[in-house]
Each structure stands twice: as structure tokens, then as C-alpha cells.
Design a protein. Structure first.
Lengths: 361, 202
């Protein structure tokens, strides 16, 4: 059984952490109020000295409460710590009752998650058992638990207005048209690229485009430059990315300044990040598609940068210094010719007209 | 013929030259950006971008001065056009420019106190000021704020269409500038119209 109640009662995942804090806070307030009220009534009847003692005592009692509020650890962190205790390290230890002694074992590296990365990811406010069975709280874990189907992105994000701006339906639609979906069975899910324990949106929040590019490209390279991950999905030999891109001048500069998807995915303005990964032979290979008559970078990568710079620098200043727009995107060879012809006729007309004017003066 | 007319009040002249300088800056920087070539830059790319953005914003402001000026002063009357007989008058003026001017024929629509522009001038100024300029402002500001663009227009990126339209209109405005400057040489003397735009007297 999944611990699905969270989703039933609190569909807005972002408010989950807030909900826990609020609950705890209300319980604390009620408890303190009752205790203070009861104590005051009882001791008011005795003498002033006792009241002073109570007031002083309450003051001392409240200090730790205040201090605790400042450094309060989110409820999910406390709960998740039970999991991270083993799954956050290479080793874990437990008391083996059969052997009657403490045992230290190696943790399967694929089940190790860095808590710091998790708590900076999109799902940082989650409790592990929000997505995994609550039965995992028992140790040793029941072997059948791993047979359970896992949640997918659309299970939570699909059809929810809260996430409308992310256009998950559009992403899902593009993904199903992409080579990732069409050339693999349904075991190729969003998680293949977006690890739910670590993934965080980058393009939308970027303050440094280079880091965003590196982050996004690392997602691709996680399989395309790692034979183990690659062969989880195919028997084929993993092509060497450096060799397949050896035609690219200044390869290093391109890899550092352009995301893989700029050339390997079909751009779509309605999506923040294109997900329609194209077959290899349809990838952008002509320099001119990016340089000068570029339309790809402007519609994806630099669109975010442009917005981000303006947001960061403030409306007016950044509008004036907005150099992230890749000019030349609307350059078109036919329009160039037409404009040159029109311009030629105008200049010729002016020349002829002025010569006749001079002659007939 | 030799009667001097005060046709260009100070605000019109100030607006005109501001407009002219900004348009020239926009054309030069726009061409430099549109045909950016790292090997043969007309203006260094980053400078051209700033120049284009600043001049574009200032031109928008100056356009409001023009519109408000025409609405609140008598200058607006020169732009009023009647469709009745417009084609005939345009034809007359066109024939004058292509034939009459060389045979020293009488101007069909000489400048008077109430008629600053001949029909061809009027129509071209109306098109430039009330059609092309607003369009280039809308598309230009759209490119400054890419998120305001339609994401998809019949399968084509709205941003690309905006950029395309901006470039095309920019081209037509630059053609207008060339023709306009040339036609300004058709005065009593070659430079007389230019002088008028400085001293206000025609």
C-alpha cells in the first residue's frame, strides 16, 4: 500500500511543508496556552511571590520555544532522516538479531541519495513515503515492495492548474513523439532524465546560463556518456559523444555554451524546454542555423537569458542592455534578395531622376 | 511664389530632427545587427544593440510628442486627407514628378498656408507616421519583451514572425528615408527645403 493520503488531502504539493509547520505550530500554541492558564488560576490564589516565580518560569519556558522556532527543522527532514541514515551513505549498520551483533554492510550505490542534493531539488519538501510505500519504514524491507509501480510525473502534475505554467501536458506530448519514447518501451519514463530525488528546474531560475547549460547537458550525458546507464535501455554500444561531434569546430566551446537539445530537439515556444528529441539524422548540423540566420537559440536558450537579465537588472536598464537577443534570426535569403532588388531600384530611380533634373535645369 | 510662409513651428522642427537622427541611428544599428558579421561589423555588436534599444525607446517617446502635437495644434490639419478624388490628385502629382518637373511645368499642388504637403507627400507621410511607425514600435517592444509574443501563430513561432515583421517594416522605413531625403532636394534650390526645416520658413 502506498501512503497516498497526502495526495488526497493536499493536492498542492508545494504547500505540504507549510502544512506540517502550521500543524505543529497550532499544537504548540494550544498546549502552552492551556498550561499557562491552568497554572495562573491555581497560583493566583496563593501569593505574589509565587506569581512572580510562575511568570519568570514561563519566561524561561518560552525562551527555548522561541529558540526552537528559529532553528526548527522541517518535519519531513526529521522523518526522512530515518531513510537517509542508511540511504544517504555508502555503508549502513544494523543489529543482526540472528547473529546477535551489530553488522555493517555496503549500501547498493544505486539506492544511495545525497540528502543535500535532495533538499535543494524540486521535491525537497517531500517525505520519502509520499512516493514510496510506508511499509519501507520497517527494516528489513519487505522484498515485494520493490515490485510496486512507481509514481510518474503526470500522476501528480498532469491536469493540475497549479502547474499550468510548466505545461506538463505539452512536455508529455512532445516526449511521446521523441526518439526516447518511440524507440523504447514504456519503461523509458521521465525519471530516466529527471531523477525525482535530485532534479531541479534550471532554465527558469537561472542566474548563470553557463551553469544551466552544464546542468541540462549533464542530464543527457548521464546516459550518453555512461555505458552502464546507456545499456540499461539498449544493447547497442554507446557512441562516443566526442567522436560523433568531432566535426563541430571549437567543440569544447559549443558544449559549454549550447545545450544538447538546441540541436537535438525540435523547438517549441509554448514549452520552456523542448522535449521532442529528434532522430540523429534530423539534428541541426548546419552552422548557419545557429549563426546568423539563427532561429533555434533565440526561441529557446536565449529567450530565458533575456528574460532573466531583465528581471535581474530591472526593467529599464536591462531593456537598454539586452544583448541576449540573437539577431539575424529573421534573416532570410529570399527577403535579402527582394530587399536588395527594391533598394537597387530606388537608388537607380533617384540617380536617373537627379541626372535628368540636372540635364533639364 | 516668393512669398515666405512660416510652416514649421519650433516644436515641429525639434521633433523632426530628433526623429530624423533617431531613425538614422536605428537604421544603421539595425542593419548592423541584422547582417551581423564578426569579421566585418558595421558597429560592434554590443554597442549596436544598446544603440538600437535606446534609440527605439526614445523614438517611441518622440512619436507621442508628434501625435499629441498634431492633436493639440493646427499642424494636424496638414495630414487630413479626403478620399474623394485622392487617386486623381496622386496621379497628377506623380505625373508632375516624372514628367512635369523636367519640363518646368507648374506645380499641381504648390505649398500654401493651408497646404504644406502635396497629395503624394501627404499619403506617404500618413503611411509612414500612422502605419509603419506604430507597427515598428509594437514589434520592437515585442522583441524587447519576448514573453509578450504569441507562442504559436499557425505553427510558426510568434517571436520569429515579430522579428520578421520588424525587419521588413524597418526596411520600408529606410526606403522612405532615402526617398524623403532625395525629394527634399526638389525645392526652389537643392538646399532650400533643408534650410526651411531649420529656420521654419518655407
Amino acid at each position: 500500500m502506498r501512503s497516498g493520503c497526502f495526495f488526497h488531502f493536499h493536492p498542492f504539493l508545494f504547500f505540504k511543508d507549510y502544512y506540517h509547520k502550521l500543524n505543529k505550530c497550532l499544537i504548540n500554541i494550544n498546549y502552552i496556552k492551556c498550561r499557562r492558564f491552568k497554572n495562573l488560576i491555581q497560583y493566583m490564589k496563593t501569593d505574589l511571590k509565587n506569581i512572580l516565580i510562575i511568570v519568570t518560569g514561563l519566561l524561561f519556558l518560552s525562551l527555548p520555544t522561541l529558540a526552537q522556532d528559529d532553528t526548527e527543522i522541517p518535519a519531513n527532514v526529521i522523518q526522512n532522516q530515518k531513510c537517509f541514515k542508511c540511504h544517504g551513505d555508502k555503508f549502513y549498520s544494523f543489529f543482526n538479531e540472528s547473529q546477535g551483533k551489530q553488522v555493517k554492510e555496503r549500501m547498493n550505490p544505486y539506492f544511495v541519495f545525497d540528502s543535500a542534493t535532495f533538499y535543494s531539488s524540486n521535491h525537497k519538501s517531500f517525505i520519502c513515503t509520499d512516493c514510496h510505500s510506508s511499509d519501507y519504514s520497517n527494516f528489513p524491507h519487505d522484498g515485494n515492495l520493490r515490485m510496486e509501480a512507481k509514481f510518474l510525473c503526470m500522476d501528480c502534475h498532469g491536469g493540475d492548474d497549479t502547474y499550468a505554467k510548466f505545461n506538463f501536458e505539452g512536455v508529455d506530448n512532445e516526449f511521446h513523439q521523441s526518439v526516447h519514447s518511440s524507440r523504447h518501451d514504456e519503461s523509458f519514463t521521465c525519471w530516466m532524465c529527471h531523477n525525482p530525488h535530485t532534479y531541479k528546474i534550471s532554465a527558469r531560475n537561472t542566474e548563470n546560463l553557463t551553469l544551466t547549460i552544464a546542468y541540462d547537458n549533464a542530464i543527457c550525458l548521464n546516459c550518453h556518456a555512461d555505458i552502464d546507464n546507456y545499456q540499461m535501455l539498449t544493447e547497442k554500444e554507446n557512441p562516443n559523444v566526442l567522436e560523433t561531434h568531432d566535426w563541430l569546430p571549437n567543440q569544447k566551446a559549443h558544449f559549454a555554451n549550447v545545450r544538447c537539445i538546441e540541436c537535438h530537439a525540435q523547438t517549441n515556444d509554448s514549452l520552456l524546454v523542448a522535449h521532442l528529441i529528434l532522430p540523429k539524422d534530423k539534428a541541426v548540423k548546419k552552422c548557419v542555423q545557429c549563426h546568423q540566420s539563427n532561429s533555434i537559440l533565440m526561441a529557446s536558450l536565449y529567450k530565458f537569458q533575456s528574460l532573466e537579465r531583465r528581471n535581474k537588472a530591472g526593467f529599464f536598464n536591462a531593456s537598454l542592455m539586452n544583448d541576449s537577443y540573437v539577431i539575424g534570426a529573421n534573416r532570410n535569403i529570399y527577403l535579402n534578395i527582394i530587399s536588395l532588388v527594391i533598394f537597387g531600384f530606388i537608388i537607380m530611380g533617384i540617380a536617373v531622376h537627379s541626372v535628368i533634373r540636372i540635364l533639364k535645369k | 511664389m516668393s512669398e515666405r510662409l512660416y510652416l514649421y513651428p519650433v516644436w515641429v522642427r525639434l521633433w523632426h530632427w530628433t526623429n530624423a537622427i533617431l531613425c538614422l541611428l536605428l537604421i544603421v544599428s539595425g542593419v548592423s545587427l541584422q547582417y551581423s558579421n564578426p569579421e566585418y561589423p558595421i558597429i560592434r555588436f554590443d554597442i549596436a544593440v544598446s544603440m538600437h534599444n535606446i534609440a527605439g525607446i526614445l523614438l517611441t517617446l518622440s512619436y507621442f510628442v508628434f501625435v499629441i502635437g498634431n492633436l493639440t495644434t493646427s499642424n494636424g490639419r496638414y495630414y487630413k486627407t479626403q478620399l474623394n478624388g485622392l487617386f486623381e490628385s496622386l496621379k497628377k502629382q506623380f505625373i508632375y514628378y516624372t514628367i512635369g518637373i523636367f519640363t518646368h511645368a507648374e506645380k499641381p499642388y504648390p505649398v500654401t498656408k493651408d497646404r504644406k504637403f502635396n497629395p503624394l507627400q501627404k499619403v506617404s507621410y500618413l503611411a509612414a507616421m500612422y502605419f509603419f511607425l506604430p507597427l515598428i514600435f509594437i514589434t520592437g517592444w515585442g522583441l524587447l519583451f519576448p514573453e509578450t509574443n504569441l507562442t504559436n501563430v499557425f505553427g510558426i513561432s510568434g517571436l520569429h514572425l515579430t522579428a520578421l515583421l520588424h525587419g521588413i517594416i524597418g526596411f520600408f522605413i529606410s526606403v522612405f528615408m532615402f526617398v524623403h531625403i532625395y525629394f527634399c532636394t526638389i525645392g526652389t534650390t537643392t538646399l532650400s527645403n533643408f534650410k526651411s526645416m531649420f529656420n521654419g520658413w518655407h
